[in-house]
Design a protein around this ligand. Sequence first.
Ligand code: BJW
Ligand code: ZN
Length: 256
Amino acid sequence: MINLAELETAQGWIAAANHLTVLTGAGISAESGVPTFRGEGGLWRNQGFMELANARAFQRDPQAVWAWYRWRQDMVRACEPNAAHIALAEFEHRQPGRITVVTQNVDRLHQRAGSRSTIELHGDLFADRCIGCGLVHPCHDSPATGPADPSNPDQDPPLLHCRACNLVLRPGVVWFGESLPADAMQMARNAISSSDVLLVIGTSGVVMPAASLVTFASRSNIKCVTVNTESTNLDGTVDLELIGPAGLIVPALLSV
Ligand code: BJW
Ligand code: ZN
């Protein structure tokens, strides 16, 4: 049950804020049909995402890892931004320059909803990258590469190669143990430093360094509010936790 008094308090902080930074995680896309990592639906071919989303798995069996990513590309292409993504994009449209969205998500649903001031911490599901020269091969609009033999959908997709150096392409996302895109954390910290409120939506807050942004904000005396269907790791750090689905709470928070 949503606590209306707390919702009104957070609405007041946001209404009075000169700048708002929003940190999002997989939970904001759950109502669009994208499975979260640590919830139900996080499994694929009986493997957890931790077994697939790492460089060692890719070195061992790149086709198996690609099969998972091509499946996710297809699945996300079929999903639409939900009321929470749209409320953030409309807020920016009404008040350009007053909001920055920092996302851990790779699904581009913020951009598809119309958000422009967006910082991606963990890369982009639709920007394949060469393991050699690093050239990015965008695939936002192109259809995913299916199995080599379409009559056998369980077959792994063929590996694609870089048009510049002919080495293998990898998913353009950040795996455990890898650095985040250059400047992404600094840009996120800069946005938070010029904000009065940090709104943290749909993240378990267990993955570093993204989760450290909440501690950073709280130490900088910025009001921190979480929106989540359950309590998280971050709750001791924040000023207010709003329990409920993002698709309901975020439009209400930003309507003032
Ligand atoms: C709803 C909802 C609804 C559901 N409405 N809410 C310091 C201490 C300890 C460890 C480390 C440390 N520093 C670095 C590390 C190591 C590591 C790390 O953090 N490990 C932890 C697991 C302990 N971090 C890294 O390796 C990072 N790199 C790095 O630090 O580089 C420097 C370095 C290098 C070498 C050595 C040391 C340092 C990189 C992290 C990359 C994370 N990558 C992934 C995969 C991306 C690719 C892909 O998509 O395939 O990113 S992991 C996965 O977790 C994904 C997500 O972005 C990320 C966060 O998950 P998120 O978004 O929070 O999702 P969930 O599923 O956890 O939570 C969903 C939430 O939504 C839940 O709370 C629900 O309740 C809620 N919810 N429905 C509102 N309708
Ligand atoms: Zn290359």
